[in-house]
Design a protein around this ligand. Structure first.
Ligand code: ZN
Ligand code: ZN
Length: 449
């Protein structure tokens, strides 16, 4: 049996790998991004906040893994996707923080974790009633949404949350029939809720086909991209799912006692990018209720650990003077459309950066302890839904977000937010364990074949 310390070592190894990745990225982008310092915006001092901290933090993070399985067919693979949500008792953590050194086991008691897991067919894994791996993948994806109920009292399926978002998908354009490649059907239609038949060729179609993740599915080779998309979609839908559960339970008014931390940008990329707009519509609707009851906004933060924005922040924070940094402690910069296009992701397009993929906007924050954080906050009202200005006036929770980041940036991991470190460790699939379970699952999936 592995014990906590072992997992902790495993986690820190992953961290080092991450840091190396970031380092590589930096080395490449530093040359391209060398711009005169005058083009930079001055960091602003973070507003002070006298609001109380939320009592709880809910962090959501996922991971996925693809493994080879023996099925008698060459190159057969199975993907295992897991998304963890961890509820942290912030009051308890504060209490523990005061008695240093912190006992990690006591710290663990402040966390309550829940996970969604699914094994999905990869290349050359064909379930009994199907003729190819992609079909098997589509059906299993639908079933994983259908079978997942996240809370015991409520019995609401993840599928119904997903379908509430599907209802916001524009219907002006249909999508390619999922049997195009395998059966040559060139039909085009709008995917409905539930499980039905395609209007073009009468074959089974699932509401989750609207995510179009199967279009990135390879019948031969690896499917890291498809599994990664499933993970990203789950992380985002789980956030909406939990909010909708609170709404049904009539406790949305107490939500100011809860803060959400998401791993990654508040965006959805790839074929399921339409979800981004749907999530935005739903967040604005939920936030109207929250505002009515509490005069506050939802507290949701996305944290980016790697990528261009992380390396850009590191670059502009470095000065000619060794050891001296441009961003003082407790300072921030809200990234505007023009800044992003000029300095980070070059573009001359009129279209707002991330218009089709983001449901939030980014800012840089240097915490009270000096950590650099690339964070995202969501658009919760129509007025907030712009990245034209760098003013924080329309974001009433901004001061509280900064205060939270000051508190939660982990002392154990550089520039990482502790609730996400916890969620990450719950989502991480230990390699040896995963493989054994996956093999068994693969056999179950394949049935008697
Ligand atoms: Zn993650
Ligand atoms: Zn068809």
């Amino acid at each position: 049996m592995p014990y906590e310390g072992e997992f902790a070592r495993y986690r820190s190894l992953r961290r080092i790998a991450d840091a190396e990745q970031v380092q590589k990225l930096l080395n490449r982008s530093r040359i391209a991004n060398k711009h005169p310092i005058e083009l930079l915006t001055e960091p602003c001092e973070a507003p002070l906040c006298c609001d109380p901290m939320p009592a709880y933090i809910l962090a959501i993070d996922g991971s996925y893994q693809e493994v080879d399985v023996q099925t008698g067919y060459p190159g057969a693979k199975v993907g295992y996707v897991t998304v963890a949500s961890v509820l942290l008792d912030l009051a308890k953590i504060t209490e523990l923080d005061e008695q240093r050194p912190v006992d990690p086991r006591e710290f663990r008691k402040t966390e309550q974790a829940d996970t969604i897991d699914a094994a999905l067919p990869g290349s050359n894994v064909v379930t009994i009633s199907h003729t190819n791996a992609r079909e098997s993948f589509r059906q299993q994806l639908f079933e994983s949404f259908h079978d997942t109920m996240f809370d015991d009292d409520n019995h609401t399926r993840l599928l119904s949350t997903y379908e509430s978002l599907l209802a916001h998908k524009p219907t002006s354009r249909g999508q390619e029939c999922p049997y195009r490649e395998s059966h040559g059907c060139d039909g085009n239609f709008i995917v409905a809720a539930g499980c039905s038949s395609t209007p073009c060729c009468g074959r089974p179609v699932y509401s989750t086909d609207a995510l179009r993740i199967h279009e990135r599915f390879n019948d031969v080779g690896t499917n890291g991209e498809a599994f990664g998309l499933v993970m990203q979609v789950w992380e985002r839908i789980l956030m909406i799912h939990l909010l909708q559960c609170f709404e049904r339970q009539g406790i949305l008014g107490k939500i100011s006692r809860l803060g959400f931390f998401m791993d990654g940008p508040l965006a959805q990329f790839g074929p399921p990018a339409w979800l981004s707009r749907a999530i935005s519509i739903e967040l604005m609707r939920l936030n109207r209720e929250v505002r009515e009851e509490t005069q506050r906004d939802l507290l949701i933060v996305g944290i980016e650990k790697s990528g261009n924005f992380v390396s850009h922040f590191e670059e502009i924070d470095t000065t000619e003077e060794p050891g001296e940094q441009r961003f003082p402690r407790r300072s921030y910069q809200l990234l505007t459309d023009s800044y992003i296009k000029r300095r980070i992701i070059f573009s001359e397009s009129e279209k707002q950066f991330g218009a089709d993929t983001y449901f939030g906007r980014k800012f840089f924050y240097k915490t009270a302890c000096g950590a650099r954080i690339v964070a995202n906050m969501p658009f919760l009202t129509e007025e907030q839904d712009t990245i034209a200005t760098g003013s924080i006036d329309q974001y009433p929770e901004f001061a509280l977000i900064c205060k939270l980041l000051d508190k939660l940036v982990s002392s154990r991991f550089e520039n990482a937010v502790s609730p996400l470190v916890a969620a990450h460790s719950h989502a991480a699939i230990p390699l040896h364990l995963g493989t054994k379970v996956l093999k068994r699952l693969a056999n179950a999936l394949m049935g008697d074949r």
